[in-house]
Ligand binder design. Structure first.
Ligand code: SF4
Length: 375
């Protein structure tokens, strides 16, 4: 595991420790809403309980910020799970190495078949995912998947295990341009409690993945806290925002994205553990928008169609469609391996597209042209 000698983790943990959400008043929230550009204290104020009576005002400002920076465009994409082999024991995840599920990895021919099927829907943005297993999804395998994707799609994102800078450089040369890593939680104690085995136990290596990805040449990086894992979900949202903010200051050229996952039921996690309401999730998404207005926000298929259609009108700028969280499922490669979590929105590309149009939004299939396609 490479050590790049960065101090951002220390700064984020310190910011999290110093933040007391009970100290914010309605006046602090109003002050944050009056500002053109928000600082970390304003961001914390918008996440605090004091902001809850102001959700409509925050939504108005967030909607304007989204329109100012993204117009009415919403990018559509789909995830492709290539493998569900995993060496980690994350207590909330269906792919947990201790779970007795059907494990599988797509063959090269199946990868092509799945991608051809996705490309036939018109989508040009794909997110490749694997469970975290260097044995079953080594760099050669992921590089193969990326090359196949780059032949068919203009934007190739990755959600794989954290890698070293040179691995990211290799994957970038194969055609990947975006790396997303969910930190899950920014509280070292909660992190240790939920990650009981495997390389993911090394929190700092995971935390610094986005920085290594940027150094490896990736165009953009994505961040997420799995909201609800830590009792104080506001603090995880705050630390996630600070993580992105500090990295953006250090690497101003990097594109930044947030994902908005809430803890959902899986075979290893009970549904009555869910602590974050839809209104809480909306509050977090709007606070991210106002703190980092240029960052894109992806709303997960873990959420209901009604919620997803609503939030894209306010602050989310990216939405998946035709999703399958199983290994296979986009083509006649059916259910080769079990899925990671339960989907709440199972709509296909055409349905999501239609819903966006109904909301007065513009579904965008392609917002990026690869430089190797300029000629
Ligand atoms: S959350 Fe990721 S690393 Fe953890 S068990 Fe699931 S797939 Fe593996």
């Amino acid at each position: 595991m490479e050590n790049i000698g960065t101090d951002i983790l220390d700064k984020v943990l310190e910011a999290g420790r110093a933040c007391d959400f009970r100290s914010f008043s309605e006046a602090d929230v109003r002050k944050a809403l009056d500002r053109e550009r928000l600082g970390p204290a304003d961001f914390a104020a918008l996440l605090s309980p004091a902001a809850e009576p102001f959700l409509e005002d925050i939504a108005k400002k967030a909607r304007k910020a989204t329109r100012d920076h993204f117009g009415n465009a919403v990018t559509m994409f789909t995830p492709l799970y290539a493998s569900n082999h995993c060496e980690n024991r994350c207590q909330y995840c269906g792919f947990n190495a201790g779970n007795d599920i059907a494990r599988a990895r797509l063959t090269e021919a199946e990868v092509e078949k799945e991608m051809d099927s996705i490309a036939s829907t018109g989508l040009t943005d794909i997110l490749l995912l694997t469970g975290e297993s260097r044995r079953f999804s080594d760099m050669e395998y992921i590089g193969m998947c990326v090359r196949k994707a780059a032949e068919r799609f203009s934007s190739v994102g990755l959600e794989i295990y954290p890698a070293n800078t040179e691995d990211y450089r290799h994957l970038h040369e194969c055609g990947a341009d975006y790396v997303t890593v969910f930190q899950e939680t920014y509280d070292p104690e909660t992190y240790a409690k939920f990650h009981l085995g495997g390389p993911k136990r090394v929190m700092s290596y995971r935390f610094n993945a986005q920085e290594r990805a940027i150094r490896g040449g990736m165009r953009g990086v994505g961040f997420a806290a799995l909201l609800g894992l830590r009792d104080d979900w506001r603090k995880d949202a705050y630390c996630c925002g600070m993580h992105a903010y500090l990295l953006q200051r250090k690497y101003p050229h990097a594109e930044i994205a947030f994902s908005l996952p809430r803890l959902r039921p899986t075979s290893s996690h009970r549904s009555d553990d869910v602590k974050v309401s839809e209104s809480n999730l909306l509050q977090v998404a709007m606070a991210y928008r106002l703190f980092m207005p240029f960052a894109s926000e992806t709303i997960s298929t873990r959420e209901s169609p009604r919620f997803r259609d609503g939030i894209v009108g306010i602050c989310a700028t990216k939405i998946s469609a035709g999703s399958s969280v199983e290994i296979g499922g986009h083509s006649d490669v059916k259910n080769k391996g079990d899925g990671q979590f339960e989907l709440s929105d199972t709509r296909g590309v055409a349905e999501v597209r239609e819903a966006l149009v109904k909301e007065g939004l513009q579904p965008v299939f392609n917002d990026y042209v690869r430089s190797d396609r300029w000629t």
